[in-house]
Design a protein around this ligand. Structure first.
Ligand code: ANZ
Ligand code: ZN
Length: 817
């Protein structure tokens, strides 16, 4: 008897699959296209860690089932190798990023081979390949031409460690998403993409796509739609007016002061009127350096001797500057209502400003249903009345609006003072330029003569990233490319005059915002993608990746496809432009109680596990850790159990040749139950429970060996452990189709899912006299004999022999006497 050896079979099949092009799809002719996408890795270390493998295997299992269901599955892979993460790694190990890219490429692809996924290797791509970034640059020029790329001076996020600006989405709790350093603000002119034009579409579209709920929630919050009004306040003794955005015009009578953000331009305009200018300036300088909004403590300075007028009651109110008012949101100024806005309330308390209540929760706040509710409601009202009530209610201290419900007063008051309705989004434009080397140079040229930015001509793309030794970030607001006149000196594509190239590169997230399009046509030299293929394959049917990209990549990818869709460069989903119908976030692997991450230094290299235990056992172990969308604790203690299981699988099929096929209904029932369970579980990515069910089935099969059950079992197991199952499939001699991974996915027979037993009722002359649990398929004779043998029935019959016995299958036996 042969023994199971993963060394032999895994290499053999990986080679054979490549030769036989098992996982290749005909991108032009596929009849049932299914685009199974997983987030491609970014090389920011020497290789992949088990967390990456976890994600890829989980995605591959899903794709394999679809393939067995007869879909033409396209499962591409590549490297997101441009960008800060790869550059930082190269710097760390003192290599040039281009040189390191070649090394990473080899190692990453080697690792990806060993895990046994059904990748479409012919379509692999790397974002730093000039043939790729040529089109990244082309997309930039298209966005520019469509008015969606523009330059603006703004207060932007600067990472003092990465020495570059960052997009808002890359600042997590005040820290750089890449390196964790606290981000500071800098006033710089930068390139932006107008993602805000798509705020409403991005929001609405969420209702049309099937994505992990937590991602949708994160995107909704990030887009942050709020409806309110723009209200104008006059500045006393001047012709100036200041506009504020508020969601609560109903609280207008409660405005006791105003606050501008420290950067607000009116502060400079009002300079001559401000008595304490030096103090104001000091605060503005300080708040510029500070990390905004992180400290709970409220700070601010009054603009002494400047006042505004409340348009509702013509009251004279003071004006302050404070950093709790953000320059980038609304109009950068607020009307403060300390009685009904917590931030204003805390500020007013800190600086002893008046607090005037204008909304009372009254009867509207609680509709008590029982005594407990009343007690709780009363308590909470007391508490909020004592400080600040942010809810709706009834107006007080508001002139003729007194007594009106706040919801109604909102628009009545706005109307009375002529305020405009306004919908506001929290979403900011996407800051796209980076003062770094390792990225696609932004393909824009500044021409002094034309006095404008001119996009590089398509035939001159790519603007090649020059191979330079001095690639490190400069720490100034210029990229290292600004040190190379041979790079930036050029001619204006419009007028031919001497001109200067942009020297910043674009954000890595632009590279990854369109890679799924290029996968469909990676060697196309004439265009970024083939429109026909895009139409055929998109939107992506299933996308699996990390939840940490919720408001980064996963938002950008939607924005870009909508923009391309509107520019008529894509037409894969009518009107909506949504690129991905299904997205599922996988869970995270925990190691020693902490999230596995490079910064924690607790990452595990998969290579050793694959070498010792084989890819199959390792895949199975990873998927058995817990529900795929929840993640699991990586303690390698369980992996031997997987090997033991695979050995049992192997032995089962080694022995089956001599086994008699016994028709066994019990086994059939377990088998068909398992078919249904595994199918459902794969659909919901509950791989761990699918595997448990397969383990149960194997135990049953071992008790009564069956070829038929074995054939089903091996196919159900195939997506999880593709090598051993392919070997068994070959050994069983059933090479049509050539690969088990194209063999038909088993269908369950509903008849076998029915209960195996039922309660047989025993009647005498139509009256129930007894009952007993019996097998569902009990035969008539058997049932009658059983009924007659019951002690109770014998007592009733008292020796009399029945005239007639009626048997109703699955229900009863009626004895007529
Ligand atoms: C007066 C008011 C009274 C407000 C009240 C709220 C409650 P969302 O819903 O998040 O859009 N606001 C406006 N611009 C701001 C800025 N630049 N920085 C900080 N806060 C700003 O929030 C809108 C509310 O946030 C606005 O409505 C404004 O405060 C504040 F009882 O105006 B409100
Ligand atoms: Zn950083």
């Amino acid at each position: 008897m042969k023994k199971y050896s993963h060394e032999k079979i895994e290499k053999k099949w990986q080679k054979r699959w490549l030769e036989e092009k098992t996982y290749k799809s005909d991108l032009d002719k596929a009849a049932r296209p299914f685009y199974n996408l997983m987030m491609f890795p970014y090389p920011s270390a020497e290789g992949l860690h088990v967390g990456n493998m976890y994600a890829f295997v989980g995605s591959d299992i899903y794709g394999r089932k679809k393939r067995m269901e007869g879909q033409d599955v396209f499962e591409p892979i590549g490297l997101d190798g441009f960008g800060i993460h790869s550059e930082n790694y190269a710097i760390k190990i003192k290599k040039h990023p281009a040189e390191q890219a070649k090394i990473s490429e080899k190692n990453f692809y080697r690792q990806l081979q060993t895990i046994g996924n059904g990748f479409a290797w012919d379509e692999k791509l790397e974002t730093y390949d000039p043939e790729y970034y040529k089109w990244t640059q082309w997309i930039f020029t298209q966005l520019f031409k469509a008015g969606l790329a523009y330059r603006k001076k703004a207060s932007v996020n600067w990472c003092p460690a990465c020495l570059t600006v960052l997009a808002d989405e890359q600042v997590i709790a005040g820290k750089c998403e890449r390196c964790g350093t606290e981000v500071v603000k800098k006033e710089l002119e930068q390139w932006f993409f107008k993602i805000t034009d798509y705020a409403e579409r991005l929001l609405k579209g969420l209702d049309t796509i099937d994505w992990s709920e937590k991602i949708k929630i994160a995107q909704r919050n990030w887009i942050g739609k709020s409806e309110g009004a723009l209200i104008k306040f006059k500045i006393l003794n001047s012709k100036l007016e200041i506009e504020v955005f508020t969601t609560r015009p109903d609280t207008l009578f409660g405005v006791t002061y105003m606050v501008f953000s420290p950067e607000h331009e009116l502060v400079d305009v009002l300079r001559s009127q401000i008595q304490n200018w030096a103090e104001v300036q000091k605060y503005r300088k300080k708040s510029n350096l500070d990390i905004r909004c992180l400290s709970e403590e409220k700070t601010g300075v009054e603009l002494k001797s400047v006042h505004a007028v409340n348009p509702a009651n013509n009251e004279k109110i003071p004006i302050w500057i404070a950093d709790y008012v953000l320059s980038g949101y609304g109009t950068g100024a607020i009307m403060a209502v300390p009685a009904h806005d917590r931030r204003d309330f805390e500020f007013a308390k800190t600086f002893n400003l008046p607090i005037r209540k204008v909304i009372t929760p009254g009867a509207l706040a609680v509709t008590p249903r029982n005594a407990e509710d009343i007690a709780a409601g009363a308590k909470s009202i007391l508490r909020v009345e004592a400080d600040c009530w942010e809810g709706e209610g009834e107006l007080v201290n508001s002139g003729k609006f007194n007594g009106m419900p706040s919801e109604e007063a909102k628009w009545k008051i706005a109307e009375k003072i002529g305020a405009k309705r306004k919908t506001q989004y929290r979403l900011r434009d996407w800051l796209i330029s980076r003062q770094r080397y390792w990225g696609p140079p932004i393909p824009m040229i500044w021409c002094n003569k034309c006095a404008k930015w001119v996009p590089e001509k398509e035939e001159n793309l790519p603007v090649l990233l020059p191979d330079v030794e001095k690639f490190r970030p400069t720490g100034t607001d210029k990229s290292p490319l600004a040190n190379f006149p041979e790079f930036y000196k050029t001619k204006c594509p419009k007028c031919g005059a001497e001109a200067r190239r942009e020297t910043d590169v674009s954000d890595t997230f632009l590279d990854s915002a369109w890679y799924y399009l290029r996968f469909l046509d990676p060697k196309n030299e004439k265009s970024a993608w083939s429109k026909e293929r895009a139409k055929k394959w998109l939107p992506v049917n299933m996308y699996i990746g990390g939840a940490e990209h919720a408001v980064l990549h996963l938002l950008y990818v939607r924005f870009l496809s909508m923009a391309l869709h509107d520019m008529k460069l894509l037409d894969f989903a009518k009107n909506s432009g949504e690129p991905i119908t299904h997205f599922r976030a996988h869970g995270l692997l925990i190691k020693d109680g902490a999230k596995m991450s490079k910064s924690k230094g607790n990452v595990v290299n998969p290579d050793e596990y694959v070498r010792v235990y084989g890819a199959d056992a390792f895949r199975m172990y990873l998927m058995f850790l817990g529900p795929f969308q929840d993640g699991g604790d990586f303690r390698d203690t369980g992996i031997r159990g997987m090997t033991r299981f695979l050995n049992r699988v192997w032995d089962y099929f080694e022995n089956i040749g001599s086994a008699q096929e016994k028709s066994n209904d019990a086994l059939k029932r377990v088998t068909h139950k398992t078919i249904k369970k595994v199918a459902d579980d794969i659909e919901s990515l509950s791989y761990n429970t699918a595997l448990s069910a397969l383990m149960v089935l194997l135990s049953e099969m071992e008790k009564s060996p069956s070829k038929e059950a074995g054939d089903i079992f091996v196919r159900l197991l195939a997506p999880f452990v593709p090598h051993i199952t392919e070997e068994i499939y070959e050994l069983l001699g059933s090479r049509t189709p050539k690969s088990i991974h194209k063999a038909e996915w088993p269908a369950h027979d509903p008849r076998f899912l029915e209960e195996s037993k039922f309660l047989l009722i025993i009647q005498i002359n139509g009256k129930i006299r007894d009952s007993i649990e019996v097998a569902i398929d009990i035969k008539e004779k058997e049932a009658e004999d059983l009924a007659l043998s019951r002690e109770r029935i014998k007592t009733y019959l008292a020796g009399e022999s029945p005239k007639k016995i009626i048997f109703v299958p699955k229900r009863l036996v009626n004895i007529v006497i």
